[in-house]
Design a protein around this ligand. Structure first.
Ligand SMILES: [Fe+2]
Ligand SMILES: [Fe+2]
Length: 187
Protein backbone atom coordinates (compact mmCIF):
# COMPACT_ATOMS: atom_id res chain seq x y z
CA UNK A 1 0.00 0.00 0.00
CA UNK A 2 1.32 3.48 -0.88
CA UNK A 3 1.34 6.46 1.49
CA UNK A 4 -1.53 8.01 -0.48
CA UNK A 5 -3.60 4.84 -0.18
CA UNK A 6 -2.99 4.62 3.55
CA UNK A 7 -3.95 8.29 3.93
CA UNK A 8 -7.23 7.77 2.04
CA UNK A 9 -8.25 4.65 3.98
CA UNK A 10 -7.36 6.39 7.24
CA UNK A 11 -9.44 9.38 6.16
CA UNK A 12 -12.41 7.08 5.47
CA UNK A 13 -11.95 5.43 8.86
CA UNK A 14 -11.84 8.77 10.70
CA UNK A 15 -14.87 9.99 8.80
CA UNK A 16 -16.89 6.85 9.65
CA UNK A 17 -15.95 7.19 13.33
CA UNK A 18 -17.10 10.83 13.35
CA UNK A 19 -20.35 9.79 11.67
CA UNK A 20 -20.98 7.00 14.20
CA UNK A 21 -20.36 9.34 17.15
CA UNK A 22 -22.51 12.12 15.71
CA UNK A 23 -25.50 9.89 14.87
CA UNK A 24 -25.08 7.89 18.04
CA UNK A 25 -25.33 11.01 20.16
CA UNK A 26 -28.37 12.12 18.18
CA UNK A 27 -30.06 8.69 18.47
CA UNK A 28 -29.56 8.87 22.23
CA UNK A 29 -31.29 12.25 22.46
CA UNK A 30 -34.42 11.42 20.43
CA UNK A 31 -37.76 10.21 21.71
CA UNK A 32 -39.15 6.92 20.33
CA UNK A 33 -40.14 7.34 16.68
CA UNK A 34 -39.45 5.93 13.24
CA UNK A 35 -36.53 8.38 13.02
CA UNK A 36 -35.06 7.13 16.29
CA UNK A 37 -35.36 3.56 14.98
CA UNK A 38 -33.68 4.24 11.63
CA UNK A 39 -31.05 6.54 13.12
CA UNK A 40 -30.04 3.81 15.58
CA UNK A 41 -29.42 1.43 12.68
CA UNK A 42 -27.64 4.24 10.83
CA UNK A 43 -25.14 4.93 13.61
CA UNK A 44 -24.56 1.20 14.13
CA UNK A 45 -23.73 0.94 10.41
CA UNK A 46 -21.24 3.83 10.57
CA UNK A 47 -19.54 2.21 13.57
CA UNK A 48 -19.28 -1.03 11.57
CA UNK A 49 -17.80 0.89 8.64
CA UNK A 50 -15.10 2.31 10.90
CA UNK A 51 -14.32 -1.24 11.95
CA UNK A 52 -14.27 -2.51 8.33
CA UNK A 53 -11.67 0.15 7.42
CA UNK A 54 -9.63 -0.59 10.54
CA UNK A 55 -9.66 -4.29 9.67
CA UNK A 56 -8.94 -3.61 5.97
CA UNK A 57 -5.89 -1.48 6.83
CA UNK A 58 -4.62 -4.21 9.16
CA UNK A 59 -5.09 -6.90 6.50
CA UNK A 60 -3.02 -4.74 4.14
CA UNK A 61 -0.25 -4.80 6.72
CA UNK A 62 -0.49 -1.18 7.90
CA UNK A 63 -1.77 0.89 10.81
CA UNK A 64 -4.29 3.74 10.54
CA UNK A 65 -2.93 7.28 10.48
CA UNK A 66 -4.28 9.56 13.17
CA UNK A 67 -6.02 12.37 11.30
CA UNK A 68 -7.43 15.31 13.19
CA UNK A 69 -10.37 16.48 11.13
CA UNK A 70 -13.13 14.57 9.45
CA UNK A 71 -14.76 15.89 6.30
CA UNK A 72 -18.06 16.58 8.08
CA UNK A 73 -16.40 18.89 10.65
CA UNK A 74 -15.96 21.39 7.84
CA UNK A 75 -19.67 21.35 7.04
CA UNK A 76 -20.60 22.99 10.30
CA UNK A 77 -17.93 25.65 9.82
CA UNK A 78 -19.18 26.47 6.32
CA UNK A 79 -22.95 26.00 6.62
CA UNK A 80 -23.48 26.60 10.33
CA UNK A 81 -24.77 24.10 12.85
CA UNK A 82 -28.09 22.49 11.94
CA UNK A 83 -30.84 24.18 13.98
CA UNK A 84 -33.34 21.30 14.17
CA UNK A 85 -33.83 17.66 13.24
CA UNK A 86 -34.98 18.53 9.71
CA UNK A 87 -31.72 20.43 9.12
CA UNK A 88 -29.71 17.54 10.52
CA UNK A 89 -31.40 15.16 8.08
CA UNK A 90 -30.89 17.59 5.18
CA UNK A 91 -27.17 17.86 5.87
CA UNK A 92 -27.02 14.08 6.32
CA UNK A 93 -28.57 13.50 2.93
CA UNK A 94 -25.99 15.72 1.24
CA UNK A 95 -23.14 14.19 3.17
CA UNK A 96 -24.20 10.61 2.44
CA UNK A 97 -24.40 11.41 -1.27
CA UNK A 98 -20.85 12.76 -1.14
CA UNK A 99 -19.65 9.62 0.64
CA UNK A 100 -21.25 7.18 -1.78
CA UNK A 101 -19.92 9.12 -4.80
CA UNK A 102 -16.44 9.03 -3.32
CA UNK A 103 -16.64 5.30 -2.57
CA UNK A 104 -18.07 4.56 -6.05
CA UNK A 105 -15.23 6.52 -7.67
CA UNK A 106 -12.65 4.67 -5.60
CA UNK A 107 -14.19 1.27 -6.36
CA UNK A 108 -13.65 1.89 -10.09
CA UNK A 109 -9.86 2.28 -9.68
CA UNK A 110 -8.36 -0.42 -11.90
CA UNK A 111 -6.38 -3.15 -10.17
CA UNK A 112 -7.68 -2.21 -6.72
CA UNK A 113 -6.61 -4.56 -3.91
CA UNK A 114 -9.33 -7.16 -3.19
CA UNK A 115 -9.47 -6.07 0.48
CA UNK A 116 -10.28 -2.47 -0.49
CA UNK A 117 -12.76 -3.43 -3.22
CA UNK A 118 -14.66 -5.76 -0.89
CA UNK A 119 -14.79 -3.13 1.85
CA UNK A 120 -16.05 -0.43 -0.52
CA UNK A 121 -18.73 -2.72 -2.01
CA UNK A 122 -19.90 -3.86 1.41
CA UNK A 123 -20.15 -0.31 2.76
CA UNK A 124 -21.91 1.08 -0.31
CA UNK A 125 -24.89 -1.24 0.29
CA UNK A 126 -25.44 0.44 3.69
CA UNK A 127 -24.77 3.95 2.37
CA UNK A 128 -27.53 3.50 -0.22
CA UNK A 129 -29.98 2.71 2.55
CA UNK A 130 -28.79 5.79 4.52
CA UNK A 131 -29.76 8.04 1.62
CA UNK A 132 -33.12 6.25 1.24
CA UNK A 133 -34.30 6.39 4.84
CA UNK A 134 -33.28 10.04 5.21
CA UNK A 135 -35.11 10.96 2.00
CA UNK A 136 -38.26 9.21 3.27
CA UNK A 137 -37.99 10.90 6.68
CA UNK A 138 -37.62 14.35 5.08
CA UNK A 139 -40.70 13.60 2.95
CA UNK A 140 -42.70 12.80 6.08
CA UNK A 141 -41.58 16.14 7.60
CA UNK A 142 -43.17 18.17 4.81
CA UNK A 143 -46.45 18.89 6.63
CA UNK A 144 -44.48 20.23 9.61
CA UNK A 145 -41.73 22.27 7.89
CA UNK A 146 -43.11 22.84 4.39
CA UNK A 147 -41.75 21.33 1.20
CA UNK A 148 -40.12 24.56 -0.01
CA UNK A 149 -38.33 25.15 3.31
CA UNK A 150 -36.96 21.60 3.22
CA UNK A 151 -35.87 21.99 -0.42
CA UNK A 152 -34.15 25.30 0.38
CA UNK A 153 -32.35 23.72 3.34
CA UNK A 154 -31.10 20.79 1.26
CA UNK A 155 -29.96 23.31 -1.36
CA UNK A 156 -28.10 25.37 1.27
CA UNK A 157 -26.21 22.33 2.50
CA UNK A 158 -25.54 21.21 -1.06
CA UNK A 159 -23.85 24.58 -1.67
CA UNK A 160 -21.86 24.21 1.54
CA UNK A 161 -20.79 20.76 0.38
CA UNK A 162 -19.48 22.18 -2.90
CA UNK A 163 -17.57 24.81 -0.95
CA UNK A 164 -16.10 22.29 1.52
CA UNK A 165 -15.19 19.96 -1.33
CA UNK A 166 -13.34 22.75 -3.13
CA UNK A 167 -11.51 23.83 -0.01
CA UNK A 168 -10.59 20.62 1.77
CA UNK A 169 -10.95 17.86 -0.76
CA UNK A 170 -8.31 19.10 -3.17
CA UNK A 171 -5.75 17.16 -1.18
CA UNK A 172 -7.99 14.11 -1.13
CA UNK A 173 -8.65 14.34 -4.84
CA UNK A 174 -4.95 14.68 -5.65
CA UNK A 175 -4.25 11.54 -3.64
CA UNK A 176 -7.05 9.57 -5.31
CA UNK A 177 -5.78 10.64 -8.73
CA UNK A 178 -2.26 9.58 -7.83
CA UNK A 179 -3.55 6.17 -6.64
CA UNK A 180 -5.47 5.78 -9.91
CA UNK A 181 -2.42 6.64 -12.00
CA UNK A 182 -0.20 4.27 -10.02
CA UNK A 183 -2.70 1.39 -10.32
CA UNK A 184 -3.23 2.03 -14.03
CA UNK A 185 0.53 1.98 -14.51
CA UNK A 186 0.67 -1.45 -12.89
CA UNK A 187 -2.29 -2.87 -14.76
FE1 LIG B 1 -20.50 4.90 6.45
FE1 LIG C 1 -23.58 6.59 5.85
Amino acid sequence: MTDDELWILSFYRTSEISGALFFGRLAKSLRPSEIQHDLSKHFADEAQHAWYWTSCIARLGAEPLRLQEAYQDQYFVTAGMPANLMEVLAITQIFERRVINQYALHSRVPGLQAEIKETLDRIMVDEKWHIEWVRAALKRMEPEYGESTIDATVRRFWEADQEVYRKTMLEHEARVQSVMRAREGQG
